[in-house]
Write a protein of this length. Structure first.
Length: 259
């Protein structure tokens, strides 16, 4: 795929996300018995949403995930950050002066949406049935896999899930993540910390032997420490989307109209 094709694909996905996010944010965007021609437009629904009239859009982002979302030299950068900016612009909040980026730990994403601390979360936020009972999602905007990152000195000792179960191996993951639940499902005992960054620091300091998380998150950290860290595959996939704080069971009915 060419660079232009990739850019076109990203723009197409983010436009769709912006439309769906607008509908999900709208108050009372449930099932409507009116005909298609009578249904309100996206802009109509935006005017009904809780964000209408706000001076800034509050977007929850990761605390520190290289390649995905980090604060460097006073500026937020990364793939999730660009997705967040495009969604914000499509909702009428163009420019960082119209966005308030709020850094969140993994386990704080759902509570931040529920409390209204943030309007949207774009932070490697996996879409699951359990989370969709608590918050709404627009997406997915990408699909990733769960993997394990280890110090290169452990690459002959940790290759499989069975290796992770060995009591002598110290495994780490972030709390409130789908990876935590996946490790439990595979009967892997792990130390749970606030962020993947904490796990990586622990590996580099010799406190842990492995960290499990999304491929995209681990790839970012490995890019920072290419000679010290390596990746081991795990057979699991994740769909990441933009989370919002209004649970609307019938939003799909509105999005299908294309209005």
């Amino acid at each position: 795929m060419s660079d232009q094709s990739r850019r076109d694909r990203i723009q197409q996905v983010t436009r769709t996300l912006a439309v769906v996010a607008t509908l999900v944010l709208a108050v009372g965007a449930g099932c409507d018995s009116r005909s298609t021609s009578e249904l309100p437009s996206v802009q109509d629904k935006l005017r009904e949403s809780h964000i209408f009239g706000q001076s800034k859009l509050k977007i929850g982002v990761a605390k520190y995930e290289p390649l995905m979302g980090v604060l460097e030299d006073g500026e937020f950068v990364g793939f999730d950050i660009e997705i967040a900016r495009y969604i914000a612009a499509s909702l009428g909040y163009a420019g960082d002066d119209r966005i308030e980026f709020i850094q969140l730990a993994t386990e704080d994403r759902v509570p931040a949406l529920q409390s209204g601390r943030v309007d949207i979360v774009v932070a490697s936020f996996s879409m699951t049935e359990e989370r969709e009972k608590l918050v709404s999602f627009a997406g997915p905007y990408f699909v990733t896999t769960q993997e394990v990152m280890i110090p290169v000195t452990m690459r002959d000792r940790i290759r499989t899930i069975e290796d992770l179960r060995r009591p002598e191996h110290r495994i780490c993951t972030s709390g409130g993540s789908t990876t935590e639940a996946e490790l439990e499902r595979h009967q892997v005992k792990a130390r749970v910390v606030k962020t993947v960054e904490d796990c990586v620091k622990g590996i580099l300091a010799g406190r842990y032997d492995a960290v499990s998380s999304d491929e995209t998150i681990l790839a970012g950290f490995r890019s920072r420490y290419p000679t010290q860290l390596g990746i081991v595959d795990m057979p699991s996939t994740r769909r990441c989307g933009a989370g919002t704080n209004d649970v609307q069971a019938d939003v799909t009915n509105s999005t299908r109209t294309g209005r």
